[in-house]
Design a protein around this ligand. Structure first.
Ligand code: ADP
Ligand code: MG
Length: 465
């Protein structure tokens, strides 16, 4: 006899609201197939203008070889944190001193002039605090937003993503904007020259490749989600530079925009749609919005809110508490909740207390944890499908993937979930290792700057002015 809705158990009812988070292996394979097609569209000159995944060539042609040396400044503007760093590289040894500065939301949503003036202020403060006045230091800038690079130190912003929307920056060269802001500071004792702009995925790969020659892919799981990899020039229809050795270039995929044309609609849930509707960039960064740290907590919150509205969770919760407010359930809560391993639910209770949910039961805690595991596993599996697509494309017997970002770093299960899923999805016989990249954006940007300075020295010595 078919079960009528009234006869369904509470758990069956809950399942009906969250089953969209559970995707089969076949579905992940379909996602891989679509991603591969979209990446190829991005690489081809005749389809790139229509492609969502822009596959930007970075002008980084070689990975570090361990002979790099020097003292560099680096900037890391990633979405959540802004840091200024001093990086001293002496072959394999790297010493880093850094300072994190806050970017207030009024600046994130203000004008480009305000943003770059703020960055220039932070640089000057750092230089003063670290006694670097009157020292001319080359600077590597990790700027983690989609940019069309026209050279190693020339990058035009394509669009803002994550929480940023500063007026007057799209289509502009961000190095020029930074140099102009430094000029406005009108100080002669601080001299910086941007010699390389990279994004954080590239920095992460460079940093890990400094110690591991097998490293070919960089992945970010932080505020956003992005990946880069080394591609043969013969596959890069977009390439306009020279074809000298090495005939390869790092591609910044900007795959966060995968799905913007609707091709991932078949896996999106009602929660993904609602999150997107109320985001600052509706319809954009669809793949990223199902994965990264800026959004995962909110997806969990929307599912919890729905279950609560349906009378399946928190029966007597106060409707005014944080749980019912957009953006108040942070992704770090997901990590904390999933770190509970017994029936006491110590972390889960602490989170619920923090967001003002009262009168919850142990069963509520169990359900909350269950929703977190579903949403985080889908995120880990979707990013695994992305990596497996690139691993299969490169088709090398052994490969290291450098990963950075707080989501990967702090979530208790991400690494293991990803390792299992990638194993399932890659072509038979391909071996891989996911490696946490320490301070990818800082060290990586300095390494790109170091390589650029080394090449410049060689050139100047070859043709004296
Ligand atoms: P960025 O992307 O700016 O370089 P991070 O790599 O630190 O910065 O990532 C910040 C993102 O990571 C935020 O969206 C935040 O929600 C998420 N995050 C911070 N702490 C944790 C944690 N403990 N577990 C999971 N995600 C976290
Ligand atoms: Mg970062």
């Amino acid at each position: 006899m078919p079960t009528t809705p009234e006869k369904l158990s509470k758990y069956e009812k809950i399942e009906a609201f969250v089953r969209g988070f559970k995707l089969s292996s076949l579905t992940y394979k379909r996602v891989m197939h679509l991603l591969n097609e979209e990446m190829n569209n991005g690489l081809r000159a005749n389809s790139n203008h229509l492609a969502d995944i822009k596959m930007f060539p970075t002008f980084v042609r070689a990975l570090p070889d361990g002979s790099e040396k020097g003292k560099f400044l680096a900037l890391d503007l990633g979405g959540t944190n802004f840091r200024v760093l001093m990086v001293v590289i002496n072959e394999r040894d790297v010493d880093i001193q850094s300072q994190t500065y806050l970017i207030p939301q009024r600046i994130m949503l203000g004008t480009g002039v305000q943003l770059f003036d703020h960055i220039a202020d932070c640089i000057c403060r750092f230089i003063r605090d670290h006694d670097l006045k009157n020292v001319r230091l080359p600077l590597g800038f990790t700027f983690s937003f989609p940019c069309k690079q026209e050279g190693l130190a020339k990058a035009r912003l394509s669009k803002w993503t994550k929480g940023f929307r500063c007026e007057g920056v799209v289509n502009e060269d961000i190095c020029y904007l930074l140099h102009e802001a430094m000029k406005r500071k009108n100080t002669t004792s601080v001299e910086v020259e941007v010699v390389a702009v990279v994004n954080d995925a590239v920095g992460t790969l460079m940093s890990a490749a400094h110690n591991d020659r097998n490293c070919e892919i960089g992945l970010i799981l932080g505020t956003g989600c992005n990946a880069c990899y080394m591609e043969s020039l013969e596959n890069v229809g977009l390439w306009e530079g020279d074809y000298e050795h090495p005939a390869q270039v790092l591609i910044n995929t900007e795959w966060g925009a995968f799905g913007d044309n609707g091709c991932l609609d078949f896996i999106r849930t009602e929660y993904d749609r609602e999150l997107d509707t109320y985001s600052i960039n509706p319809g954009k960064q669809i793949y990223e919005k199902m994965i990264s740290g800026m959004y995962m907590g909110e997806i969990v919150r929307l599912a919890l809110e729905r279950l609560s509205m349906e009378g399946l969770l928190f029966e007597s919760a106060d409707r005014d508490c944080e749980l019912f407010h957009r953006g108040r359930f942070f992704t770090k809560y997901v990590s904390e909740i999933e770190s509970d391993h017994d029936e006491f639910f110590r972390n889960t209770k602490q989170v619920l207390d923090e967001i003002g949910v009262t009168n919850y039961t142990s069963e509520d805690c169990k359900i909350v944890k269950y929703i977190c595991t579903l949403v985080s596993a889908r995120a880990a599996f979707l990013s695994s499908a992305g990596l497996a697509t690139v691993i299969n494309k490169l088709n090398k017997p052994e490969m290291t993937i450098a990963v950075d970002g707080s989501l990967y770093r702090f979530h208790p299960r991400f690494h293991n979930l990803m390792t299992l899923k990638i194993q399932e999805l890659v072509n038979h016989g391909l071996k891989f290792k996911l490696q946490l990249s320490h301070d990818g954006s800082g060290k990586g940007a300095a390494l790109v700057a170091a390589v650029a300075m080394r090449l410049r020295d060689i050139k100047e010595n070859q043709c004296p002015a």
